[in-house]
Design a protein around this ligand. Structure first.
Ligand SMILES: Cc1cc2nc3c(=O)[nH]c(=O)nc-3n(C[C@H](O)[C@H](O)[C@H](O)COP(=O)(O)OP(=O)(O)OC[C@H]3O[C@@H](n4cnc5c(N)ncnc54)[C@H](O)[C@@H]3O)c2cc1C
Length: 472
């Protein structure tokens, strides 16, 4: 069957876009965190939706599973094939055309393989902000962002990728092309198919193009780092900014002492500019279309109020764009510093802000009692209640051995606390293969069965990214 597939796919794609040699396939077979390495019958590089549709039709005819792939930066192994060597990887990087920037409608229509950073740059040239922003933006692609409903640093003001999406073009499991490329802000015509595909991680359809919202580019932006002593005052600080700055508040990121110490260890030029690397360093950004002076004055007045009420003990305002960028780089480098230190046990969770303090205190206590000397590296998009609660073994110990022995109980401990606080076990990274088992318990029986029913209805042959998100 595999030779029949390869012969047939040769009628759809030129040979240079059908990768079958191990050396050519290797870069597509291991995920960014190096947790999963799979095998593939072939890696296919289509140029347009018509080719994607023809490939999926062939997959349906030959019962071949297909794993859609964008920048392969996902954290849950969703874009990595299994070990059977029978699946094909469909990488969309050649589909990287911007079809239209509609100035009057404030939208962009573009293909799934466009790299996030290039979208930001292209829209900025025309005076627009495309607000999706995350650490992997130099390599992740809009199709992957949509398929994972990525979050990032601007969710507080602009929402997740789902909130930025108005229309989609999708190749279904039957190889049909659904044209939903409408740039409408209102469309109340029954079931929302767009929202079904967004966040489905390639299990319901292959996103080939999208219509996304654009916003006017802010003309003034001020970024500050402030020191807080605990989570309770950090949340009070967030609430103060929400009240005083309202929609001007575009970023509120939390970094602990431990996470920034790790940064400094691996990237010595990333030292925390706040004196003594305080327990919590908060990165706050205000953006607006008013003058620089207006925004700066507002920022200074809120910081003054925060000092007076004892919420913060130190602050540094970036004096220019390059210093502001260095604050953001510090935040973004935590993930990279963790990767350099060794594979840690990651938790991408959301907790209602009102329960976050309790969650951290109780989970830290249980974790430290069970695993003495453990290192808890906490940071996250705190404005959204999103915490990256990551665990590394005691200094000097073997990461691999620790993870092998403790991965399951560590996850169980964290997720039990998440449930107690009515949170979510996946805030923004999705499910993929990493959280496949955890999902059933977390969603509950009714929701899990409904998800399976949707999967069965849209992909009855189970050829689209099988055994990711839900198994049927
Ligand atoms: C340094 C770093 C920082 C990160 N920061 C964040 C962050 O702040 N917030 C956040 O949410 N994530 C973050 N991520 C995770 C990751 O970048 C996002 O999940 C991103 O959206 C994945 O895009 P991708 O193109 O790499 O997708 P891939 O990794 O290639 O794929 C992800 C999933 O989507 C599916 N898929 C990909 N393309 C398509 C398509 N066209 N149609 C259907 N399915 C498709 C795949 O099958 C897979 O299941 C970070 C990653 C790194 C490495």
């Amino acid at each position: 069957m595999s030779q029949i597939f390869l012969d047939e796919v040769g009628k759809i794609l030129s040979p240079q876009y059908i990768l079958v040699n191990d050396q050519d396939k290797t870069p597509y077979l291991t995920d960014w965190r190096k947790r999963y390495t799979g095998k593939a019958l072939a890696v296919l590089l289509p140029a347009n939706a018509v080719e994607v549709a023809a490939i999926v039709k062939l997959c349906a005819k030959t019962n071949t599973a297909v794993v859609p792939q964008g920048g392969h930066t996902g954290f849950c192994g969703g874009a990595t094939p299994d070990n059977s060597g029978k699946q094909v990887v469909l990488n969309l990087k050649r589909m990287n055309q911007i079809r239209e920037i509609d100035v009057a409608n404030q939208t962009i229509s573009l293909e799934a393989g466009c790299i996030l950073q290039s979208i930001q740059d292209k829209t900025a040239e025309q005076g627009f902000l495309f607000p999706l922003s995350l650490g992997a933006e130099g390599s992740c692609m809009i199709g992957g962002n949509l398929a994972t409903n990525a979050g990032g640093t601007n969710v507080l003001r602009y929402g997740n990728t789902r909130d930025l999406c108005l229309g989609l073009e999708v190749v279904t499991a039957q190889g049909e092309i659904w044209n939903g490329m409408k740039g409408l802000r209102k469309d109340n015509t029954g079931y929302d198919l767009r929202d079904l595909f967004v966040g489905s991680e390639g299990t319901l359809g292959i996103i080939t193009a999208a219509v996304m919202k654009l916003y006017p580019l802010p003309i003034s932006q001020w970024t500050t780092l402030v020191a807080t002593q605990d989570i309770a005052s950090t949340i009070a600080l967030l609430n103060l900014f929400q009240q005083r700055a309202t929609s001007l508040l575009t970023g509120f990121e939390m970094m602990t002492h431990e996470s920034l110490a790790l940064n400094e260890k691996h990237f010595p030029n990333m030292a925390n500019p706040l004196k003594g690397n305080p327990p919590y360093t908060i990165l706050i950004e205000l953006s607006d279309h008013e003058s620089e002076a207006h925004v700066k004055q507002l920022l200074e007045s809120i910081l003054e109020e925060a000092f007076e009420s004892g919420l913060i003990s130190d602050a540094v305002i970036a004096s220019n764009l390059s210093q502001a960028n260095s604050f953001w780089h510090m935040r973004e480098h935590i993930t990279l510093a963790q990767a350099q230190e060794g594979a840690n046990l990651k938790h991408d969770i959301t907790i209602p802000l009102s329960s976050l303090d309790r969650f951290i205190q109780e989970t830290d206590k249980l974790m430290r009692a069970k695993y003495p000397g453990i290192r808890i590296i906490n940071f996250g998009h705190l404005g959204d209640g999103n915490l990256h609660y990551n665990i590394a073994p005691p200094e000097g110990s073997d990461f691999k051995a620790f993870n092998l022995a403790n991965e399951k109980p560590v996850h169980e401990l964290v997720y039990a606390q998440v449930e107690l606080c009515n949170g979510s076990i996946s805030a923004e990274h999705g499910v993929g293969q990493l959280k496949l088992d955890g999902l059933r318990a977390h969603k509950g029986e009714v929701a899990h069965e409904l998800m399976k029913a949707v999967k069965r209805a849209l992909d009855p042959q189970n050829i689209l990214n099988p055994h990711k998100v839900v198994s049927i």
